[in-house]
Design a protein around this ligand. Structure first.
Ligand code: FAD
Ligand code: FES
Length: 269
């Protein structure tokens, strides 16, 4: 996809953590990135690593930085990351305290290519809400936001958005079921739509298929394991209809019609 891209300065730089708050099951981490560009594009990402306790510990992990979409970027250089602790890297980042250093490279990759706000349907699953936050800020209240979460404590993440329809797997908040049911209803209600989605691969595949059946354009923010984040390691390759691409430089946002499936063989989930 030829979406927008803000170029990263060369090399890894240090920034300062200025906040780390709990948002239900997630963390919202604020970082003052004074030396980075103030204008990353929604869907772009950063490779993050904590300054201390990285590359060591009981089982000598994690060694490599981890990839995170930025959730918000403020004019003063503050970046916010919305994060779920699921392993050693995210665990360490989730425990960062204000004043600590954080290494970052970015913004990287190609983000969403937003069209008219009135046609935009933003669809997120769980932590996939992260890149949709800056996208919904940019598009404004005309864009509709649909989010799906596992449970009520996860659904607290929806509170970061101004207006949103929520579905939970257990029905504790909003509609019981998957966010793709909300999407199906919106698409079947008619009108022009462009869908922007981020979430776990089975959700993205369901979104891709719903849109393909109805000839609705869709942009999908995919994930794969990323070691470098800037095209050097080929660890992030995914198959498309036009051959393999490196998700970190050719994505992570890809057009749905470029994909046979959004369930990437060998991907972590
Ligand atoms: C472009 C991009 C943007 C991302 N944005 C965010 C974000 O905004 N917020 C956030 O919390 N996470 C985000 N992630 C996912 C995040 O990078 C992984 O959760 C993290 O690398 C896991 O590291 P770990 O050391 O904690 O866990 P690991 O021990 O590396 O992994 C723990 C478990 O998660 C699985 N896993 C690891 N990496 C991924 C991945 N990339 N995708 C799916 N499953 C994975 C592993 O297979 C394992 O089961 C993003 C990933 C990419 C590629
Ligand atoms: S993460 Fe290294 S090439 Fe994409």
């Amino acid at each position: 996809m030829n979406g927008p891209r803000t170029q990263a300065p060369f090399g890894r730089r240090m920034a300062e953590v200025t906040g780390n708050e709990s948002v239900g099951a997630y963390r919202l981490i604020s970082v003052l990135d004074s030396d980075g560009p103030p204008d990353p594009r929604p869907g772009q990402f950063y490779m993050l690593s904590a300054r201390d306790c990285w590359g060591g510990g009981a089982d000598e992990r994690p060694y490599l930085p981890r990839a995170f979409s930025y959730a918000r970027a403020h004019e003063d250089g503050t970046l916010q990351f919305f994060l779920e602790a699921i392993g050693p890297g995210t665990d360490r980042l989730a425990r960062l305290e204000p004043g600590e250093g954080i290494g970052l490279v970015g913004p990287l990759g190609i983000g969403f290519d937003p069209g008219p706000a009135g046609e935009a349907l933003l669809v997120g699953g769980g932590i996939g809400a992260a890149p949709l936050l800056c996208l919904s800020d940019e598009l404004g209240p005309e864009a509709r936001v649909l989010l799906g979460f596992r449970s009520a404590v996860h659904a607290l993440g929806a509170g970061l958005f101004a207006e949103v329809q929520v579905a939970t797997d257990d029905g504790s908040v909003g509609r019981r079921g998957f966010v793709t049911e909300l999407l199906r209803e919106q698409l079947d209600a008619g009108g022009r739509a462009t869908v922007y989605a981020c979430g776990p691969p089975p959700m993205l595949e369901a979104v891709r298929a719903l849109c393909a059946e109805r000839d609705v354009p869709v942009q999908l923010a995919l994930e794969s394991g990323m070691a470098c984040g800037y095209g050097a390691c080929f660890g992030c390759v995914v198959p498309t209809r036009n051959g393999y691409v490196r998700l970190c430089v050719d994505g992570p946002v890809l057009a749905g019609d470029e994909l046979e499936t959004a369930v990437v063989p060998g991907a972590p989930h």
